[in-house]
Design a protein around this ligand. Structure first.
Ligand code: GDG
Length: 724
């Protein structure tokens, strides 16, 4: 199988030198195993600068042959507006909670769309069915949706490397941007995040922004199923560990250390970015020196800042502030033979970075917010006897609770943490680090990538079974195959008519009533409506039609020829008053919800409630009621924005069996809800069962919506007329 990795930046820069960043290095172990199993890998991305038109063909050939990379060419103006604009002035600050830094510009959003389209075009040129496409990060939110439109069956993963913010933050983005972004990511089969919290924030955002619910992290949208989940990215543990224990690494470590043998080394390594909290870290170090003067001349802070986004003016301003702060600390605390901060504004090769980790006593990783932070993990597997001071706001803190966790906004706690770390005894350091490094070895970057592949494949399989069930209402498969009498059962809400905000507004169009009447003119056709609605409602709606009506999920039955309702089940009803009080409590608590009372059941509706509050209350209610329902005479079922509490032993499935005549029939059953699954389950293989809508079903076929049901009815009429 061929893997097509897609990220904004390629693992090699335009001139062939390696890019700084965790992804390429991290993935190398997974990729080499992938390739040695006979698979191919191609990496698609922007080369980082504009390449003149006439050089593009030869450049592409060279990159593909030498590095297995495929460049996406973006004109300088577009690249600037896309990358420096929408990516780094809108998404990056917003998703890291720097809301005051955000700009919302239609111009840069247009560029964002255009750049994503350029990526889609390049992939379209060489994509082949069977390839696995794995899109990375926030620069390419729209790409999964674009690719899904072109290749409906593409195997597609998306991984977000930065945090996904809470809904309240996400919705600060104008609706026209955010809707498009969410729809774009949902084109993937799998969406991975670093932590459980980011996943939950994303799912909640889908609910609040698009009204899309999830079933245990699975989302159905536009006839496509997407799995979501937390996949904390690991590192290439062996690579760091092996090198850190090598002779070469020891030699470099000793040579770096030669002038500072007696100083405890505090290390800080970041890309220059305001999210990393570098200035705050310097302030904490200054406070530490002020409050603990006995550590003066006994420690040094090695501060490495890797240049990044150097053409953005706010980054230049930040760099100046950091430079000044370093100057001030060195000026006021330094002596002729000691400088507190050794500052390096450049990247270091791996071979020099690891010896620095190894020499370190205290590693400061204190970002204001960070998707994961791989530096913290790399340090842990490379150190000899070093303490990790880690921000609670970094995704890595969820996996590394044995580190000294700090709030980067709390200067005093950071200064205290430096002191605690620098004084920590080796036994304690080893015991803390051992637990963390063991965990890191078990969750290496290789197993991270493998899990993502397995889950993506699983989602794609689920999608396939979801799609194979989808059928056109005019398909011949849905026509009667024999001339036996025909019995059709329809659910009402969500099947014959779409949902409305209030139940009494959901009524059939006159055309539908006419078509049902016409169908019943064929004397071998019988129709039943089996609904959760009450008797009066069904009687009123279907007053003119000779049809079986079954109300309250099978509690009552009125045959076509009769004006009387018979009870299909017997009821004790003892449970009702107690449960009604309980549901009423929820109704008081959740604005927009209400309780409906029927002869054999109680229904709590939350369609008009705030989606989040409604859903949470429904979960709570389900949980509470299912604990008391056994042997209590009732059972609880979740429906479409409702919770139904019903007399035990009743149900649509049993009701359907009771009203079906005892003869050989062509049976068709249509329903949209979990209560309709009861009917599908009770029927034998010969019955044609059709689910309306997206969620999981045991029905044989699937229609998109009630309009498909109306089309099927019309199609059946045409068929019978032809047969006459
Ligand atoms: C994103 C998210 C998430 C750094 N300086 C040098 C150097 N590095 C390497 C490190 C590490 C990588 O860069 C930095 O990884 P981070 O995790 O800290 O952050 P980002 O790559 O900026 O960004 C982040 C990550 O994606 C992965 O999902 O953790 O939260 O923002 O691997 O070793 N490498 C070399 N010289 C350096 O000077 N060779």
């Amino acid at each position: 199988m061929r893997l097509i990795l897609v990220s904004n930046r390629l693992p090699v820069q335009w001139d062939g030198t390696p890019s700084v960043g965790g992804l390429a290095t991290g993935l190398s172990s997974f990729l080499s195993e992938w390739k040695s199993a006979g698979n191919e890998v191609l990496w698609v991305g922007w080369p980082g600068k504009s390449i003149p038109d006439k050089e593009q063909i030869s450049y592409s050939e060279k990159m593909r042959n030498e590095f297995g990379t495929i460049p996406v060419f973006l004109k300088q103006k577009l690249a600037d507006s896309f990358y420096n604009g929408f990516c780094n002035k809108t998404i990056w600050p917003l998703f890291h909670y720097f809301t005051a830094n955000c700009e919302y510009s239609d111009i840069t959003f247009e560029s964002y769309i255009e750049a994503n389209e350029e990526f889609a075009k390049v992939i379209t040129n060489f994509y082949e069915p069977g390839d696995w496409v794995w899109v990375h990060d926030y620069h390419l939110f729209l790409l999964p949706g674009m690719l899904r439109n072109i290749f409906p069956n593409i195997l597609l993963s998306f991984f977000l490397h930065i945090p996904f913010p809470t809904f309240e933050i996400f919705r600060l983005m104008p609706e026209r941007f955010r809707t498009r972004i969410l729809n774009g990511i949902l084109g993937a089969d799998l969406i991975g995040f670093h932590t459980q919290s980011y996943t939950q924030y994303f799912l909640r955002t889908l609910l609040r922004c698009l009204g899309i619910e999830n079933e245990r992290g699975i989302v159905f949208h536009k006839n496509h199923l997407t799995k979501t989940g937390a996949f904390p990215m690991g590192i290439n543990v062996e690579q760091f560990r092996n090198y850190s224990q090598s002779k070469e690494c020891n030699q470099i470590a000793n040579s770096i250390n030669v002038n500072h043998k007696n100083l405890k080394q505090i290390l800080s390594v970041d890309r220059l970015d305001y999210t990393k909290g570098v200035l705050q870290r310097l302030n904490a170090f200054e406070l530490f020196l002020k409050q603990n003067p006995h550590w003066i001349r006994k420690c040094k802070l090695v501060l490495i800042l890797v240049p990044s986004r150097t053409d953005v003016s706010s980054y230049q301003t930040m760099k100046r502030a950091i430079d000044e702060k370093i100057g001030a600390i060195n000026g006021s605390f330094g002596t002729l033979d000691w400088t507190p901060i050794l500052y390096q504004y450049k990247g270091f090769p791996f071979e020099e970075l690891v010896p620095l980790y190894k020499n370190t006593h205290v590693m400061l990783v204190t970002p204001f917010r960070d998707g994961m932070n791989l530096v913290a993990k790399e340090f842990l597997v490379s150190q000899d006897c070093g303490v990790l001071v880690l921000s609670e706001m970094a995704g890595a803190s969820a996996e590394l609770p044995e580190a000294i966790l700090v709030n980067p906004n709390d200067l005093q706690s950071m200064a205290d943490a430096i002191l605690e770390a620098i004084k920590m005894v080796p036994d304690e350091i080893h015991s803390r680090n051992q637990i963390m490094t063991k965990r890191l070895s078990e969750n290496s970057v290789k197993s991270w990538a493998e899990k993502i592949y397995i889950e993506t494949e699983d989602a794609a399989k689920k999608n396939l079974s979801f799609q194979t069930k989808s059928i056109s209402p005019s398909s011949d498969i849905l026509l009667p195959k024999t001339n036996k009498p025909i019995f059709i059962i329809f659910d009402y809400d969500g099947t014959l008519v779409p949902f409305e905000s209030l139940p009494h507004l959901a009524t059939p169009k006159p055309e539908l009533i006419e078509n049902l009447k016409e169908l019943l003119n064929f004397d071998h056709v019988s129709i039943a409506i089996i609904s959760g609605r009450d008797k009066l409602f069904l009687e009123t709606i279907f007053a003119e039609i000779p049809i079986h009506l079954v109300a309250e999920h099978g509690a009552w039955h009125k045959p076509p020829t009769s004006s009387r309702w018979n009870s299909l089940f017997t009821s004790s009803g003892e449970w009702k008053s107690q449960i009604k009080n309980h549901l009423d409590e929820f109704t008081k608590r959740v604005p927009g919800s209400f309780t409906e009372e029927k002869d054999f059941s109680l229904v709590w509706h939350f369609r008009n409630a705030d989606p989040d509050i409604g859903l949470n209350a429904a979960r709570e209610m389900l949980d509470e009621l299912s604990q008391v329902s056994s042997n209590s005479g009732f059972f609880v079922q979740r429906g479409n924005k409702i919770i139904e509490v019903r007399e035990y032993g009743t149900g649509k499935g049993k009701a359907a069996l009771k009203i079906l005549p005892n003869e050989d029939l062509n049976i068709f059953i249509f329903g949209d809800d979990t209560t309709d699954e009861d009917m599908f389950r009770e029927m034998n293989e010969s019955v044609v069962t059709v689910k309306i809508g997206k969620s999981e079903t045991i029905a044989k076929y699937r229609f998109r919506d009630p309009d498909d049901v109306s089309l099927w009815i019309k199609n059946l009429i045409v068929f019978f007329n032809k047969e006459k």
